[in-house]
Design a protein. Structure first.
Length: 139
């Protein structure tokens, strides 16, 4: 049982890592090439990333929990993601505007470093809510 849950956590982390790479790529493209303010880029990237993350977690990380209704789970996941994204955006803004202000090293920008750190901080509660509520086994 413990081995199964550790493997699930690793799959969830892998999906999160893929999601973070997609999010960073979209954030960079929308900000640097489309000229959007980084917070607008982060919102657009976040919306796209929610759907990708849910699909990967539903069909892979929590695939053994086959009693989860796909639409009901997606609604729950979106509720969790709203809270996750609020925490993420606040951390992203604070780190970008006050900690890493105007930092740039080649393509590594202040908002990208902030995004990575914000993702790491906000992921723990997202996993716990996903495990115990979104993808919880029905009794």
């Amino acid at each position: 049982m413990l081995k199964k849950e550790i493997f699930r956590l690793l799959k969830f982390a892998f999906v999160g890592g893929v999601g973070m790479l997609i999010n960073l790529a979209l954030l960079y493209v929308f900000t640097e090439f489309c000229g959007f303010y980084y917070m607008i880029s982060a919102i657009i990237a976040g919306i796209i990333n929610v759907a990708i993350n849910y699909a990967l977690n539903y069909y892979w990380s929590f695939s053994d929990r086959n009693d989860i209704h796909v639409i009901k789970g997606f609604v729950k996941f979106n509720i969790v993601m709203i809270f996750y994204l609020i925490v993420y955006y606040v951390i992203l803004y604070v780190l970008t505007e006050f900690v890493f202000k105007d930092f740039s090293f080649y393509f590594v920008k202040d908002y990208l470093i902030s995004s990575i750190l914000a993702t790491g901080i906000a992921t723990v509660p997202k996993y716990l809510l996903s495990f115990f509520w979104v993808f919880a086994e029905e009794k």
